[in-house]
Each structure stands twice: as C-alpha cells, then as structure tokens.
Design a protein. Structure first.
Lengths: 715, 128
C-alpha cells in the first residue's frame, strides 16, 4: 500500500506540481523522488520475506582450509585473528595470506603453528592474494577471514553443515564489530540498544536475499566450496569488490548461497571518517563496476528475484545524486526564492502527508524493529558525497578503482578531509538561512510560508550535517588495543582482604579503567587479579591516570598492564572475545521501546506478566556465597526487589545465596534467592558465564543501595 | 576542528552580509524611518531601483508609495501603487489609493477610469 501511495504521489507531482518557472530545479527534485521510489520498491522486495536458518550439524570428514588475509595490519591484531582461526573446533588447516611479505608475520605463523603464504607481487590485491593461496591448497571448503575478524570457536561447526547440500557454494555470516566506539556504531547503554549502520543490511536485507537464494559473499566471515571456485581459479578478479562479483557469477552458474544470521565472527569497524569513506567508496565503485561488467538484469542464469536482489544492491550505491539534490534544494530555495514545487496548496500538503505517513509506517513495520530512520538519514548524509563520486566515476568511466585496505586504527580528526563536503554544505545552508532571514527582514522578499518550509527543511538537513561533522571531529583514538566495555571483578592483591575488591569499567589486552574506593598515586604500580569468568589472571598494572573521586567515594583509575607474558595476553584476549563480546551483544540486543512497551502491556493485560520494578544499571563487584562455595561476580542492574549479576557459575533456580557488597560507605549483606538463570552464548566452555536474576529476601530496598554504593559513571 | 569550522562560518556570514549590503543598498535605505526618508535625497533613486526589481516585498512598495506621498512625488507614488495593483488585482483598497494618487498627480482621466472600474466591480460584486 505504501508503494501504491508513493506511486500516486509521484503521479500527482508529475501532473500538477512541476514548476515551469524553475524547470531544471523542479525536475531534479522530482527525479530524486523517483529514485527514492525505486529504492523503496527494491528494499521492500528484499525484506518482505526473511529467511531464518537452522544450522545443521557439520558432516564429518570435510577437508577445511582457513584463509586469513593480511596486508599491513598490526601484529597484535593479526595474532588474535590467527589464534581464533586456529582454535576453531572442526579439524582444519589455517593459512595466513600475507601480501605485505613481512618476516615478522612469518615468525608469528611459526610461533602459533599455522602456515604462511605470500607472493612476490600484489596483483589483484586481496582477490589475487586469496587466489595465490587457493592454487596452493586442497581443502574441500575454505573459510575466509579478514585480518581483524576473529572467529568464534564454533564458527566451522555452525557453518559446515550447510555443505551437505552439494549445490551450496557460499555460506556467509554477518559481520559484527566489537569496537562499539567506531564511527558506524551508536550505543545507548541506558536502554541497552545499539545501532550499527550495517544492522539493516545484515539483519534484514541479507536474510531477505537469502529467501530468494540471492545472499552473497561479503569478503570475510564466509565459507566457500572449492569445487565452485575451481573453474575460475578462485575468486573473480577485475573489480575491487571480488566478493559480490564472485557470488553473482557462481549463482548465475546455478550454485546456491546460504546466509546464517548468527554472531560467529567479530571484527573492527572503521574508527575515523576518512577510513569509513574510503571503504564505502571502494564498495560503491566495486559494485557499480560489476554492474558494468556483469549486469544482473540481462545476464543469463539468474532467476528474476536474484536479478532484482543483485540489481537492488548495485542501485543502492547510486543514491548520492538523489541525496545531493535533497541537501542542496533548501539552500537553493532560500537563496533564489525559486520553489521546485508549483501549486503548493492544501491538496498537495494532504497528498504529501499521506505519502510521508505511509512511508514511515511501512518502513517501521517492515524493518521489524531494526531500522532507525534518523540514524539512517545521518549515515545517508555521511555517504552522499562518496556515493556521488562513485556514481560520477561510473558514468564517466574515468578512473578504475583501486583496492584500499580499510584502516583499523583511527587517524587525527584534523586531517579528516573526507568530511569537507559536509562542512561545505553546513556553510551553504547556514548562509542560505541567513540570506533568507535578511531578505525577509529587509523586505527583499515576502514569501514567509515558502521560506519557512525551506528553512525547516534546511534546519533538519543541518542537524544531519552537524551530526556527521560531530562524528568526524571525534578525538583521535590513542589506545593501541580496543577497549571492551567489560565489568569484571578485580582484586588489588597488595591491599588487605576486606578492601581489595574493585571492578573494571572497560578492559583491553593492554589495560583497563578500574573503579576502587581507595587512593592510588599516579604512576603507582599495583598487583591485580582479574576474574575473567571462571578464569583468574594475576598481573601488574601501572596507574596512568586518575579520573577523580566520584560520588560514593569510588575513584576511577586508568591502568596499563605491565609485564604480561604472551600467554597471559592471549588468555586475556580469549576472555574478551569469548566472554566480554557475547555478553556485550546479548546486553545490547533489547527491543526498541515501542516493542518493549507493547510486550509489557499485552503481558500485563493477559496476566502472564507482572509489573516489573524499574531496573537501574550498575556494575559493582559482589561476593556471592553459595552452597558450592564463594565466588566473585559483577552486578548488571539493581531494582527495588533484587538484582541481576553476571556469574561465572550456573546457580540453580530457587537456590539461596548470600550476597556481600562492599563500598566506601560500608558493607551490605543479604540473603537472596535465585529466580532466573540465563546462559550467555559463549563458544568456549572455559569462559561461559550466566546472567542470574536474584530476589533479595527481607525488606531491603536494593535501589536505596544504589545511592549509597554506586558512584556516578558506573552505570 | 569545530572551532575552525565555526570561525569559517562566521567569516562566510560576514562576507554574505557584505554581499547582501552591496546588492540591496536600495532596499536597506528604504528600511530607514519614514521621517528620515522624506528628507533623504537618495530616496527617489533607491525607490526607482526597488520598483525596477522583479521581486520585492509589498511592504517595501507600500513604503515607497507612502514616502512618495509625503514628498509629494506623485509620479513615484503612482508607479508604486500600480505595482501593488498589478500584483494584487483584487485589492479594492489599493485600487482606490491608485485612483487617488492619479488624481493628485493631475492624471484625472486615468483616475476617473480607475474609479469607474471600481464602481463596476462594486455593482457586480454586490457592494463589496
């Protein structure tokens, strides 16, 4: 219905509202709307029906090769990816494909026990590197990972079962990113919701494509069948997006693809705007180039839905023109007084309102809680110039794209030239608003309604532009390693037993932010015991910064770990990838508030759900005394009646435990009964944790503790 | 970075103000108080320039007509009111003011024609 209303709107626009006095401008805006119509039709076609897959058990006896491609990535980063690849549970051989020809990578491979493959040239970039290894190996299937994409131990177990179907050539899993402070993530810790720019693609579009057997290889986190690639000598070359190109050709040949929407690999998203834009430019140019070489609408072998799905993927990269028109239109109206729409009357407003409401409602419904319009618009603003450049190069055929490796580290915001178009737009929009205000104020013009509408539109766009400029101007990432928001209990071993308990606010392989009630001098050395789920690591730390005393007497400290042996670093990394990452993604997967409210309301009405007291996020170290012994845990949230915590042990529902919380204000202790236990989905048994819900016995108001025990900033 | 961007935008706006002033000196002059404009020798040229514009607000044209009346510059007053009438042909009050201005300018035939037209409209429109 939304599509029909949109179509009706376009017909009305064409018949009654094309402004002959500003014909070029009016047609440009109209064509941009027509472009949006097709984008919507393609989008809805792809996500109308989405396919959920159940992973079959892996067949025994498959010969599996694992390729880790690298060019210039840091060794620390590569080390954890290689370890992740080696530690996958199905029998396999791991190959590191180093296009950087680095001796230190060869040594690393020798140390970790995998094979090193390199070549003398960098011909065809990543695809060439991959094909070089393809020719030297023999596995039936090949799992492939970028240097920053760390697979879970169960990656192969979850994906290989699909190859029981002999026509399956590709199994792709979503690309998730564990650096949640990246440019393309927005996290609301209070509502436990995360926005990732690619969520719509990986949660809706790919499962939707999978319904039509049109999901494609995304370059990393995939398993490919050798027999399908052998006639081509590996991945197809000739474009800079070898992944989609290869998938398209294989599907035209009759091979099937599978998309398994499970968190099985996590990587690093671009941290700065330049890297982000360079990556998007590569994707856009690559996709558009495929359209030139291998037009899915006309090429033999594809089914009609596959043609539409692939064409839709390519069409997506042409939105730059339409967006540029929408961003430039308000300044143009405000500067010139020319309006792209004639007959801007009540009828038009009614037609437009119906179109807008149906558009937003249908988007929300079909997005199934994933799509967020404003965030999507912000990223459209971030990408418009990149896509414009890509489309322009495509039209002119002026320059062959080059493969640019996405930087895994941020760069200085001051050098962020990629955001220049947005700055220019900001200047232009502000200037147009000022110009229009001057014109109205001095009586040069008098179209208050027209100027008002254009000003509203301009201010909305300006908000998007400022948001993008804000992303781009973020402080430089100084830390070498990604800091995970992981709250684990930490003991300060030099301190008497009753006051040594602290908690981390974040954690990386090289340091953490520690919260402890006592005083530590800057540059002081401390002995620590990190409780990483069921595993404890002793190490030294140095106080690099003191964040100051907070309410409740807690003090934040920036710590750097010292003298950590490679084994300890690896153990810490294992804990982060196998415990902190699943916990993070579980924690941040709350449904949106309308869905939550609706669920609570229907539950209450049907009587199946009781009113639940408000939960307050709080990460505190807590000592749990149970019948099986005493252990340390971290609280996740508190409510009036109880609390939930992340436990390294699976407590039984109904069991009674004693909780002991210590703070600068004193000690609190209470019996509590276990009411809920949920395992957190970790692939490694050693790092399995549980989310435990506890009801505090007696009349203690646990929330009252929050004020006494929890400093600001802990939540 | 944001400080530099803000500074650049301020420079841009300053430049824009300069351009606006340069392009719209006539309109800016007409925004002065009427009492000042009556005595200002630059008024006729500025008013003619404003009336020559393809697009200008009615408020500005009204001001030209008003100041021209005070200066007894009937030709200019008539030009301004003709501009108003042409942009708002249904405005009876404007037509009457035009007829009055034509009369004051000694253009009685034209004034009479406008009065008569207005009377015909009133008869047809039922005493509007």
């Amino acid at each position: 219905m939304a599509v029909a209303i949109y179509l009706g709107y376009l017909v009305y626009r064409a018949l009654y509202t094309i402004n002959g006095e500003a014909l070029v401008f009016s047609l440009a805006v109209y064509l941009a709307e027509v472009h949006g119509f097709f984008a919507l039709v393609f989008y809805y076609f792809q996500i109308w029906e989405i396919r959920g897959r159940v992973s079959p058990p892996p067949p025994p006896g498959l010969s599996v090769d694992v390729f880790v491609t690298t060019f210039n990535e840091d060794l620390d980063l590569l080390r954890q990816t290689i370890r992740g690849a080696i530690n996958m549970r199905y029998p396999h051989r791991t190959f590191v494909l180093d296009d950087g020809r680095r001796a230190e990578v060869r040594l690393l491979c020798r140390e970790l026990g995998c094979e090193y493959v390199t070549r003398s040239t960098n011909e065809h970039a990543k695809a060439g590197n991959w094909n070089n290894a393809f020719c030297q190996t023999t596995g039936d299937v090949i799992a492939t990972f970028d240097a920053d994409h760390v697979p879970r131990a169960d990656f192969l177990e979850r994906t290989l079962g699909f190859f029981l179907d002999p026509s399956v050539a590709i199994v792709q899993v979503p690309q998730r990113y564990h650096n949640l402070d990246s440019l393309q993530h927005r996290v609301n810790w209070r509502s436990r919701r995360m926005y990732g720019e690619q969520d719509v693609f990986f949660n809706l579009v790919m499962p939707g494509k999978d319904h039509w057997n049109a999901s494609f290889f995304c370059g990393t986190g995939a398993v490919l069948r050798r027999a399908a690639l052998r006639p081509h000598g590996g991945l197809l070359t000739g474009t800079i997006t070898e992944d989609m190109h290869t998938a398209l050709v294989l599907q035209a040949e009759g091979w099937k693809s599978v998309y398994l929407n499970e968190l099985l690999v996590t990587g690093l998203a671009p941290m700065d705007f330049s890297s982000y834009s360079a990556q998007r430019l590569r994707w856009a140019e690559g996709n558009l180039k495929i359209a030139r070489l291998f037009n899915p609408l006309t090429h033999w072998g594809l089914s009609l839905p596959q043609r539409i799905c692939y064409f839709a993927s390519m069409y997506h990269w042409t939105t730059g023109f339409a967006k540029a028109v929408f961003y430039l239109a308000p300044p143009l109206i405000l500067f010139t007084g020319q309006f792209p729409i004639a007959n801007f009357d009540r009828t038009f407003v009614a037609v437009y309102a119906a179109h807008l409401v149906s558009l937003v409602a249908s988007y929300k419904v079909l997005s199934r809680g994933t799509g967020r319009l404003v965030m999507d618009e912000i990223f459209n603003m971030a990408n418009f110039y990149t896509l414009l450049v890509a489309a322009w190069r495509f039209v002119l055929g002026s320059r062959a794209g080059t493969f640019v490796v996405t930087s895994k580290r941020g760069q200085a915001a001051g050098r962020n030239r990629a955001v220049l178009p947005q700055y220019v737009l900001i200047g232009l929009t502000v200037a147009s608003l000022v110009w229009s205000a001057l014109g109205l104020g001095f009586g040069v013009t008098e179209d208050v309604v027209g100027a008002g509408i254009a000003a509203f539109w301009a201010v909305y766009n300006l908000g998007l532009m400022v948001a993008v400029a804000g992303f781009a101007a973020r402080p430089v990432q100084k830390r070498h390693a990604v800091r995970f928001r992981a709250s684990v209990p930490i003991e300060l071993l030099d301190v008497p037993a009753n006051g040594r308990l602290a908690v981390s606010l974040d954690l990386s392989e090289s340091g953490c932010t520690l919260l402890w009630p006592g005083d530590l001098a800057a540059n002081a050395r401390v002995s620590l015991r990190l409780h990483l789920g069921p595993v404890a690591i002793d190490c030294d730390g140095r106080v690099m910064s003191v964040h100051g005393r907070q309410r409740g007497g807690w003090v934040g400290y920036g710590l750097r770990f010292e003298h950590l042996s490679p084994d300890r670093v690896d153990l810490l990394a294992d804990a982060l990838y196998n415990m902190a990452v699943p916990e993070l993604f579980t924690r941040l997967s709350q449904p949106s508030w309308p869905v939550r409210t609706l669920k609570a309301l229907t539950g209450r009405l049907s009587g199946s759900l009781r009113a639940r007291p408000t939960r307050h996020d709080a990460s505190l170290p807590i000592r749990v005394q149970s019948s099986t012994g005493e252990f340390l845990a971290t609280t996740r949230d508190l409510s009036e009646r109880g609390l939930s915590l992340i436990s390294p042990r699976p407590l039984a529902v109904g069991a009674t435990v004693r909780l002991v919380l210590r703070s600068p204000e004193g000690e609190w202790s209470s019996p509590a009964s276990v009411v809920r236990v949920r395992p957190i989905n970790s692939a490694v048994p050693d790092f399995r944790t549980w989310q435990v819900g506890l009801r505090v016995d007696g009349h203690t108001n646990v929330v009252a503790l929050r004020h006494a025990l929890i400093p600001e900033g802990v939540s | 970075v944001s400080g530099r961007v803000v500074a650049l935008i301020l420079v841009l706006v300053a430049g824009e103000l300069t351009v606006f002033y340069w392009k719209n000196q006539d309109v800016i002059l007409l925004n002065r108080p009427s009492g000042t404009l009556v005595l200002d020798a630059r008024f006729p040229d500025a008013a003619r320039a404003v009336l020559a514009r393809e697009r200008v607000s009615r408020r500005m044209v009204e001001r030209v007509a008003d100041v021209a009346r005070q200066r007894h510059d009937h030709a200019l007053r008539v030009d301004a009111l003709e501009r108003i009438v042409s942009s708002a042909p249904d405005d009876a009050r404007a037509r009457l003011r035009l007829a009055e201005a034509l009369r004051d300018a000694g253009r009685f035939d034209e004034a009479e024609r406008v009065y008569r037209q207005e009377l015909e409209i009133v008869d047809e429109g039922g005493g509007r």
